[in-house]
Ligand binder design. Structure first.
Ligand SMILES: [Zn+2]
Length: 180
C-alpha cells in the first residue's frame, strides 16, 4: 500500500501488566511524557506539544488532560472508560508525526470554524496502515509559532477511511502536497 511504511512497535497490551491498571497507566504515561513532552518533537520545522498542559487529579493521580483524552472514551471524569485500542498505540503518535514525510502519512489541512465564525486551520496526519489520525493546530504567539496535538484517535470504518483518503486527494488536487 505505501512505498515506505512506518515500522510501528508492538502494541502495549494491558495484559502484559499483570492485570494492574496502575502499572499499565504508569507505563503509558512514561511513553507519553518521553515522546511528547521531552523529545523535542517537531513538525514542519516547528515544535510540537500536547494541547494543554493542564493537570488534574483523578482517582488519586495527577494526570495530564491530553493524556487522559488520548487514553479514554467519553468525558474525562472519575468514571473515565479506558479506550484500550488507543492506549495500546500511545507510542504511535510521535512516530506518525516524525514520519509525516513518508507516503505512509497523508497530510492535509482541514478548516473548522469557531463560534464566532473565525476559521481554525488544523493539519490532519492520517495513517491508514495504523488506522490512526492525529490533528495538529498551529498556535501563533508574539514570540513565535508552534503546533499543539489536538487529538489522536483511530478510524476504523470503511466509510470513514474512504472519506479521509478523499479529503487528502481533494486537498492535494486543490493545493498540492502540504509543505513539510
Ligand atoms: Zn503506510
Amino acid at each position: 500500500m505505501c512505498r515506505e511504511a512506518i515500522n510501528f512497535p508492538e502494541l502495549m497490551s494491558f495484559n502484559d501488566y499483570g492485570g494492574s491498571y496502575d502499572d499499565y497507566e504508569d507505563a503509558l504515561l512514561e511513553v507519553y511524557n518521553a515522546d511528547l513532552w521531552n523529545s523535542n518533537l517537531q513538525f514542519a520545522g516547528l515544535n510540537v506539544k500536547p494541547r494543554v498542559h493542564k493537570r488534574f487529579e483523578l482517582n488519586g493521580k495527577f494526570l495530564d488532560w491530553t493524556f487522559a483524552h488520548f487514553t479514554s472514551k467519553g468525558p474525562i471524569d472519575e468514571d473515565r472508560e479506558l479506550d484500550l485500542s488507543r492506549c495500546e498505540r500511545i507510542g504511535y503518535v510521535k512516530l506518525i508525526i516524525e514520519n509525516a514525510h513518508l507516503d505512509c502519512v497523508k497530510v492535509y489541512e482541514n478548516t473548522r470554524f469557531d463560534r464566532n465564525g473565525s476559521p481554525i486551520i488544523s493539519v490532519v496526519l492520517w495513517c491508514e496502515c495504523a488506522n490512526a489520525k492525529i490533528v495538529l493546530t498551529k498556535i501563533q504567539k508574539e514570540w513565535g509559532e508552534y503546533y499543539v496535538i489536538t487529538t489522536f484517535y483511530l478510524v476504523n470504518s470503511a466509510i470513514k477511511i474512504n472519506s479521509h483518503n478523499k479529503e487528502y486527494v481533494d486537498y492535494v488536487a486543490a493545493n498540492g502536497e502540504f509543505q513539510l
